[in-house]
Ligand binder design. Structure first.
Ligand SMILES: [Zn+2]
Length: 164
């Protein structure tokens, strides 16, 4: 790894790694992070979905971390808050009213909490996210989504209108 290209921070008691563009390129070239293989599926998701979204929306940060006894590598999308980071699961969504298509951030999905320390139980972190963040509506037409999302965006400048 290029020195200074990876920054480590403790988030919810878990070490997460913030990578520079060069460091991401190294991960993609080698298929590894800190000598651990990344599944191809994960690399594709990071490359095609997560990093393009993060480039477009600076409040969204994509990090890497480890979980489980085998220290498997996983990507952790975070929303940059004033005092802390909030983990979110990026779901593909389509607005049922205007057909906007994008990704929405859901803090209530257990896999984003894989690897956190036992001092920060995921159910408490989910409850605090639910209290702390307003539920957001469709960024294009303001219709409510049927799930608890706290962020939504797409790689397009505006929402994608799918009209015949
Ligand atoms: Zn909409």
């Amino acid at each position: 790894m290029i020195e200074g290209s990876v920054k480590k921070e403790l988030v919810d008691g878990q070490e997460l790694y913030f990578l520079s563009a060069e460091a991401w390129q190294e991960v993609f070239d080698s298929g590894q992070f800190q000598n651990k293989d990344l599944p191809k599926r994960l690399i594709d998701k990071i490359k095609k979905v997560e990093l393009p979204l993060s480039t477009k929306h600076r409040e969204l940060v994509i990090t890497l971390g480890f979980f489980g006894a085998n220290r498997e590598v996983f990507s952790y999308p975070l929303l940059r808050g004033e005092n802390r980071y909030q983990r979110i699961y990026l779901e593909g969504v389509k607005c049922s009213n205007c057909q906007w298509i994008g990704r929405a951030g859901n803090p209530l999905v257990s896999e984003v909490y894989w690897g956190i320390s036992n001092d920060n139980p995921s159910n408490l972190l989910m409850a605090s996210a639910r209290k702390k963040f307003p539920k957001i509506n469709c960024p294009n037409c303001s219709s409510p989504f049927d799930r608890f999302f706290i962020w939504a965006g797409s790689v397009e400048e505006r929402g994608i209108q799918m009209k015949n």
